[in-house]
Design a protein around this ligand. Structure first.
Ligand code: Q0N
Length: 287
């Protein structure tokens, strides 16, 4: 834990500390969640993989949108970032029909007010990516909202800007990842405003925890897709007859090793940087 820093928030697998009035430290742990439950077993280096990937994308998308990254610490899992005034919406972009998007489409033919063609199957690629904002639920799951409600929450012109920027970021990363054998089915961004009221991308971005990563070679629309990173852990959990409530099960060593290898593989495929080089000097992802 950083010294002389106040804990200002935590997610399921990350912690946020205040460094001073203007800067925060975002620390990614090695904890993993499956079926929305954090497991008691950690995946070594998972936090470093996610921090490195996020830094990689921040460096490559600066022309699309400014971001909160100031520096990566030598531990590879901690990011110094600018303190922002965060917007009260989750900015989700979907290029494929999965998760709550698939559920909503099945029930209503639409996702967050986007009416989609009839007859789409689960995991189908959409003709164009769609922006599907959600509210930050204080407990449980985020709630999908339509653009009228989201525009009420942040104002119309800012809403139009975050929607456009979110789609542009997703298109950029999804195209890049697809060429490296990874489908980014959907992703969630969080934005804030800086002291000059400029829109700034915050949080982590385009990681397997904030997105659905699928192995492109195994893509078969018509059902759920395997997760690039979490499938071993999920498959193992499914063998146990666990009811998916707290507490989650311990993972055996082979499942930990297999899962770690998938995270590292995602990092190396997307960045084309050896993970050992990242460990030696995290700033390599920013070059
Ligand atoms: C902030 N969250 C929600 C980390 C992520 N740059 C920032 N400035 C001010 N506030 C935030 C950020 C960022 N990023 C973002 N909460 C505060 C997500 N958190 C949950 C805990 O882990």
């Amino acid at each position: 834990m950083p010294e002389a820093a106040l804990h200002v928030g935590s997610g399921k697998v990350r912690e946020l500390y205040a460094l001073d009035d203007d800067r925060l430290l975002l620390v990614a742990s090695d904890r993993i969640s499956t079926f929305d439950v954090v497991l008691p077993t950690e995946i070594p280096d998972k936090g470093r993989v996610l921090t490195g990937l996020s830094g990689f994308w921040f460096a490559r998308t600066r022309e699309i949108c400014a971001n909160h990254l100031l520096s990566l610490r030598p531990d590879g899992r901690s990011t110094e970032c600018r303190r922002l005034e965060m917007l009260p919406i989750e900015c989700v972009v979907r290029g494929y029909l999965s998760g709550s998007g698939w559920k909503d489409y099945n029930a209503t033919g639409a996702v967050c007010g986007h009416t989609l063609p009839a007859g789409l199957t689960e995991s189908a690629e959409l003709a164009e990516p769609i922006f599907t904002p959600a509210t930050k639920a204080t407990t449980g799951h985020d709630e999908n909202i339509d653009d009228e409600r989201a525009a009420e929450l942040v104002g119309k012109s800012l809403y139009d800007e975050v929607a456009g920027v979110s789609i542009a970021l997703y298109r950029f990363a999804a195209e890049d990842a697809r060429a490296r054998g990874i489908i980014i089915a959907d992703t969630k961004f969080e934005f804030g405003l800086d002291e000059e009221n400029r829109l700034v991308l915050g949080d982590e971005a385009l990681t397997p925890d904030s997105s659905r990563f699928w192995p492109a070679d195994d893509y078969r629309p018509g059902g759920a897709q395997p997760s690039f990173d979490k499938q071993y852990a999920r498959d193992y959990c499914e063998t146990l007859g666990w009811d998916k409530t707290e507490p989650g099960p311990e993972l055996p060593a082979d499942v930990v090793a297999g899962t770690r290898a998938r995270y590292v593989e995602a990092f190396e495929r997307l960045t084309e940087i050896a993970f050992d080089d990242y460990l030696a000097n995290p700033s390599v992802v920013l070059a």
